[in-house]
Design a protein around this ligand. Structure first.
Ligand SMILES: Nc1ncnc2c1ncn2[C@@H]1O[C@H](COP(=O)(O)OP(=O)(O)OP(=O)(O)O)[C@@H](O)[C@H]1O
Ligand SMILES: [Mg+2]
Length: 255
């Protein structure tokens, strides 16, 4: 991706005054949000606040009714999730999208398998190449899994989550969006995923992460964006706020 031209303080991704209604219900109402390179922004709010609706518009799964999305300062209009991934925005959904019976490299390369031509006639999977590239990717992001060769159902929940994220890193995205990446994970497994998210941030990726777990949010997010009833209550720097203040924003809608 071409991000060199970006000014240091220019946001990588901006959402400006965006709206989305489902029938008569305003699920997102005039929301604006910026995310910079090398920053983790947590998106929090009660059930039904509009978090998933907002990220679906950013990742091309839903079209906004109004407002705009800017990437590297230029307006973008995504007709599909593929448009967003082609622009450098990758999304991890709650259903991780792994095939449980396939091993780690097969999952990492799912849908973009490496092949070579045999006798100039047919394509054969290049397993050694996929394995080597998977190993390189896991090393780069310091992801540890016990073995690459076992089907992923043998891995822990945290390991599966890190594999689901590492798949996306293959395309070297600028922005990663995650819907509840640490939900339903135990303490150690949650820690493993949080370490990876911090690692992505430190490599210059802009991370937007939905989470209900304020403990996780306060451990890793640089800024916290609070939604209530489709509106942005506010965006606060984690270092300059408290758990109580964020809870008040979520429940009362007051900054
Ligand atoms: N496809 C849809 N059709 C109609 N209404 C919808 C649809 N998707 C979401 N909504 C409504 O829009 C509002 C926002 O929903 P959304 O899923 O974005 O919330 P959320 O913040 O992600 O909630 P949760 O924390 O429960 O996942 C809710 O009132 C929800 O019922
Ligand atoms: Mg949701």
């Amino acid at each position: 991706m071409i991000t060199e031209a970006l000014e240091p303080h220019q946001p990588l991704l901006s959402v400006r005054d965006i709206d989305k209604s489902y029938g008569g219900l305003r699920a997102i109402d005039g929301v604006s949000l910026d995310i910079k390179r090398g920053e983790i922004v947590a998106l929090v709010g009660d059930n039904g606040a509009g978090k998933s609706t907002l990220i679906k518009m950013i990742c091309g799964a839903l079209r906004p009714d109004g407002g705009e999305i800017l990437l590297r300062g230029a307006p973008v209009s995504f007709g599909s999730p593929k448009d967003a991934t082609d622009s450098g925005i990758e999304t991890v959904h709650q259903s991780l999208g792994l095939v449980e019976t396939l091993n780690v490299p097969e999952n990492v390369f799912l849908g973009r398998e490496k092949t070579f031509r045999v006798f100039g006639l047919f394509n054969q999977l290049d397993l050694p190449k996929m394995r080597a590239e998977t190993r390189r990717l896991l090393e780069k992001f310091r992801i540890s899994v016990p073995t690459l060769n076992e089907p992923v159902f043998r891995l822990s929940g945290g390991q599966r989550q890190t594999i689901a994220i590492s798949r996306l890193l293959l395309s070297e995205p600028d922005v990663i969006i995650m819907d509840e990446p640490m939900a339903a994970l135990g303490v150690d497994e949650g820690r493993q995923v949080m370490d990876l998210v911090v690692n992505l941030r430190d490599q210059g990726i802009a991370v937007l992460m939905i989470s209900h777990n304020l403990e996780h949010v306060f451990q890793i997010a640089d800024r916290i964006a609070v939604l209530k009833n489709g509106r942005l209550v506010g965006v606060v720097a984690t270092a300059e706020t408290s758990r109580e203040a964020v809870v008040a924003m979520i429940t009362l809608g007051a900054a």
